[in-house]
Design a protein around this ligand. Structure first.
Ligand SMILES: Nc1nc2c(c(=O)[nH]1)N=C([C@H](O)[C@H](O)COP(=O)(O)OP(=O)(O)OP(=O)(O)O)CN2
Ligand SMILES: [Zn+2]
Length: 157
């Protein structure tokens, strides 16, 4: 497919005019996915998950913001760094019942905690409100996930 990209881009050190940038200022969702392995068991639950067991969790982080002059909403590398620092490095190869704040370690509870961690990082780093956390999804198995959105978390604008 042929795109009508601008001929000149000042921001990249080339000879480009901002007025030619077609997509600058549009709001776009950007997403990155991660996996991590953890052990846990559930309380108040009758079934196999009350016993110690493990999962390869999948986490999807979706952020939202305006595209800048470079064509970037937030660098995927920054999403990765934030997710690693705030979530993955705390949980990977750990026993969740020990390392998470007191909670039953269901996918629902965990995804709410993850949303708060990630949203807190955007605010602490001054990226918010230009960049907002739109949705976080956590797969416990390939067929089961829990998710929260900005609207569900009362952060929608
Ligand atoms: N609503 C929720 N239900 C269950 C949770 C949960 O977090 N939220 N967690 C569990 C257990 O942790 C269990 O390990 C995962 O359950 P399940 O998806 O049933 O696991 P399976 O391996 O049996 O999945 P299949 O893909 O169907 O083989 C239980 N329920
Ligand atoms: Zn489980």
């Amino acid at each position: 497919m042929e795109y009508d990209f601008p001929r000149k881009v000042q921001i990249l050190g080339e000879d480009i005019q901002k007025s030619e940038l077609k997509y600058h200022d549009r709001e776009v969702l950007v997403s990155k996915e991660f996996t991590f392995d953890s052990a846990h068991h559930l309380h108040c639950y009758e079934g196999k998950c009350k016993s110690l067991h493990g999962h390869t969790y999948k986490l999807q982080v979706i952020m939202r913001g305006k595209v800048d002059e470079r064509g970037i909403t937030i660098d995927f590398a920054d999403i990765k760094r934030i997710a690693k620092e705030r979530v993955i490095d705390k949980l990977d190869h750990r026993y969740l019942n020990d390392v998470l704040p007191p909670m039953n370690t269901t996918a629902e509870n965990m995804v709410v905690w993850m949303y708060e961690e990630l949203s807190g990082a955007l605010k602490a780093e001054g990226l918010y409100p230009a960049v907002r956390l739109e949705e976080v999804r956590l797969w416990e198995t390939p067929t089961s996930f829990a998710a929260v959105t900005a609207r569900l978390m009362g952060e929608e604008s």
